[in-house]
Design a protein around this ligand. Sequence first.
Ligand code: UDP
Length: 322
Amino acid sequence: MKYLITGGAGFIGSHLAEELLQDGCQVSVLDDLSTGSIRNIQQLKADSNFSYTIGSIMDLPLLAELIDDADAVFHLAAAVGVRRIVDDPVQTIVTNIRGTENVLEQADKKKKKVLLASTSEVYGKSAQLPFHEDGDIVIGPTCRPRWSYACSKAIDEFLALAYDKSRDLPTVIVRLFNTVGPRQTGRYGMVIPRFVRQALADEELTVYGDGEQTRCFAHVSDIVEALRKLMQHPQGRGKVINIGSQEEVTINQLAERVIARTGSQSVIKRIPFDVAYSADFEDMERRKPCLEAARQIIDYAPRRNLDVIIDDMAAYCRENPE
Ligand code: UDP
């Protein structure tokens, strides 16, 4: 099998490329390096089953050629990170909506299966925990730019499901919850790489808001294994499936855990959301997935807990100073 990964030089995409190559597949990557990096795929270049193209999902002829040349597409290219969404909402909306339209349109011509990487952001501030794929979506008003991300990814999901149902294009939609691991950068907001680098430098850990909001963090290795299996399993077709972890922590607990595991002298500093992001910023209080669908289809259960995640991130940050 030959897979095209859009966004394959990104944090998750590059780990997925490795996972597929290890599984004996051929991998082709398309990435515009907006948030991805050649460094992420440097170690793969020597593999004869691997190829990459620097380019955009907005370039239709290029996209058509790469999709033609592949058996199936992992569509991971998207605007990423809360920081980037707040700073460049136009880019977020256009990349997510037009980019996904392009991928689905081109894949449909040759009926190449598409796995769409969606996000737990889609649940917005729903209070129906744990988040179930069939649960209602609760997002805020359009004057708060953060919700453009959730909304644009929800449109992507609608479109993928519509292609599957009315055009018979095989699709599978995976809602990724907070994913962490080596190669992830804190530049676009992600809390664990930020806390780990702050802790290793004995700097203050920047907890936003009161720190009582919760998240569940999953290791990227568990995530990419699940992506591969969901693409390859026929029962994933036409479905929306959560992937992540259920180990829920508050951001305050997370900060304390990072300090303890890295042996840091750091202290915690609380920063109001309006100072960290902008006056119109809104955060979600809790986020936890129901993982029953993934368990039923691919027998999914994350194997790496939060301590392993923090230790792996710390080892990576020690070896790769920013
Ligand atoms: N956060 C924080 N300090 C930081 C970066 C993020 O307290 O330096 C918080 C953020 O406000 C959110 C949580 O950590 O409540 C997770 O943030 P992240 O951007 O990693 O992912 P999100 O779940 O918001 O998409």
